[in-house]
Ligand binder design. Structure first.
Ligand SMILES: O=C(O)[C@H](O)[C@@H](O)[C@H](O)[C@H](O)COP(=O)(O)O
Length: 262
């Protein structure tokens, strides 16, 4: 494999959403533990949506939770809904509500996107997040404008969107900024802040969660050979070292080509 090639996505079917959330939480814990063993800290890029939140809820329930030093875990979001900071529809607020207090984070290492009551516009919130990411990269000595993400969790939308990168929009292809504002989102609320596709794809591992029959069409679309990022943004996510499509069996139309039972 040369430096620019990335492994193809690996499809991992699961028997139901509960198993998917639990097994993903265990995978996350394993990655965080080995990142901390390697360099003393670990960095998680979280997603919004119901599946991302379920995975967060499951973390504290796994035996492996003890192996992670939560005070040395950095947390970022791949997208945020531009709403007041405490709004319960914010991805950061939903994750904080799902977070078990026994996992004692250092809140200085948790990086929510600025809320609409803290900063004037989504564009300004995006710029602020861009700067915060770049400052973290500089502090840890990672070249470029992004810190090292050990794992990016994403959840596939029914229209194939990931984070706030929606199909049919050219901003899916943006590479001029690591973070930008999104207007007129088809999924409410309309105004959002998102990491760009290349920023998400800078993660060592990208894991795409796909749960339920309602996502079957979207999964088929991202698996279609030749799918383009604009047609199906979920098809274009690739981690540097690993991409997993962590799916429930009911999102699969039939027997997968190369199933890796879990
Ligand atoms: O802010 C958001 O809504 C998201 O980050 C979005 O990309 C979400 O992750 C998907 O729409 C899947 O959401 P579900 O897991 O709820 O289906």
């Amino acid at each position: 494999m040369n430096g620019r090639e990335r492994p193809e996505p690996r499809l991992v079917p699961h028997d139901g959403a509960e198993r998917l959330a639990r097994d993903t939480a265990r995978r996350v814990l394993e990655v965080l533990e080995s990142a901390q063993d390697e360099r003393g800290e670990a960095t998680l890029l979280l997603t919004g949506g119901s599946m991302g939140t379920r995975v967060v809820e499951e973390l504290a329930r796994q035996p492996e939770v003890q192996a992670v030093d939560w005070s040395r875990v950095n947390v970022w979001w791949s997208d945020e809904r531009f709403l007041p900071g405490a709004d319960s529809e914010r991805n950061g607020v939903q994750a904080a509500d799902a977070w078990d207090d026994s996992l004692e984070l250092d809140w200085d290492r948790v990086h929510p996107v600025a809320g609409s009551d803290e900063i004037d516009t989504a564009a300004a919130a995006a710029e602020d997040y861009r700067e915060e990411l770049a400052a973290a990269a500089e502090m840890e000595g990672t070249p470029g404008a992004l810190p090292r993400f050990d794992v990016a969790l994403l959840s596939l939308g029914p229209d194939t969107h990931v984070a706030s990168l929606f199909p049919g929009r050219q901003d899916v292809l943006r590479s001029d900024r690591t973070v930008f504002a999104v207007a007129d989102s088809p999924k409410p609320p309309p105004t959002r802040v998102t990491l760009s596709l290349p920023a998400i794809n800078s993660a060592d591992r990208v894991w795409l969660l796909v749960s339920g029959t309602a996502k079957a069409g979207a999964l088929a679309a991202v698996r279609r050979p030749g799918a383009t990022p604009v047609e199906a943004p979920g098809s274009a996510v690739r981690g540097v070292h690993e991409t997993l499509w962590l799916v429930t069996e009911d999102a699969l139309p039939g027997v997968p080509e190369d199933p890796t039972p879990n």
